[in-house]
Design a protein around this ligand. Sequence first.
Ligand code: SF4
Length: 338
Amino acid sequence: MTSLLGLTLGELQSYCLEQGFPKFTAKQLCDWMYQKRVGNFDSMTNLSFKTRAILKEKAQTGFSPAVDCQKSSDGTKKYLFSIENQGFVEAVYIPDDDRATLCVSCQTGCKMGCRFCVTGQQGFHGNISAAQILNQIISIPESSSLTNIVFMGMGEPMDNYDAVCSAINAITAPWGMGWSPHRITVSSVGITPMLRRLIDETQVDIAVSLHNAFPEQRAAMMPMEKAYPIKETIAMLKEYNWFGQRRISFEYTMFSGINDDIAHAAELVRILRGLHCRVNLIRFHASPDMPYRTSDQRTIESFRDYLNNHGIICTLRASRGEDIMAACGLLAGKGAKQ
Ligand code: SF4
């Protein structure tokens, strides 16, 4: 069975010609899937009965509704999607005034092993396809009201590069959802060669998970520091001129007594000097199995003020969906029905 979500218009045209359909059927399929969010061939009423019958026999769109949805008291919703033979992935819908952001997953589990992350502690179960990434976006009821997509859910996007880029292509292409790439942010622990490729091949915004500016301390929290030192990632980013181009941000989760004092803030200022970027501070969501604790509000604010006073735009990210384990680092692919 061919899965149609995630194929480019050119690939869809080839597929249609192979099946004996007119070439324009490909454009009609794109319109149904990406604009109208229709995944059922029977409802694609401008396709002939014969075309629909062949598609039903030989293809699937790749739409697959969430198997569970948990709603937070703050309006955040966590959707659970089943991935055949690999478990589950989660996507988190975050409404906020005139914005509606969806945080999507790109792998079941994760190889990166960040010590503070519930997903990382699960181990790695597999990559998911572009269709399975796009399905998280297209099959939720709020799909047509989304304003932003962030690749910050389960998995490391740069470790599933081709599927992530195919999904980005479908979101931004005129034949797909037609979005500006600046409505998309891709996060990474800093796999430098792949991040460089992403920068060269797309126009999306970039968020690097930094969390500690001292290499040895960062390696203790994030084992990938040993293979891809943050100083090399930052050096690569400094080769580009970002001013007025796109947003480069660094995610910095605050852990009490670990990375939240002024020495850490000063080192962060030092290593980011000369790079047009911003830092997002994130309050850590303590979980019973983790050795880390949340920094108190005053410490977080002092850290923010230090960065702002030393020329780095720094914001505190509001915490969302903590009561349904939908906040940063809490996604584990465990639904209420499991
Ligand atoms: Fe993977 Fe991101 Fe968790 Fe690190 S924080 S283990 S990269 S999902």
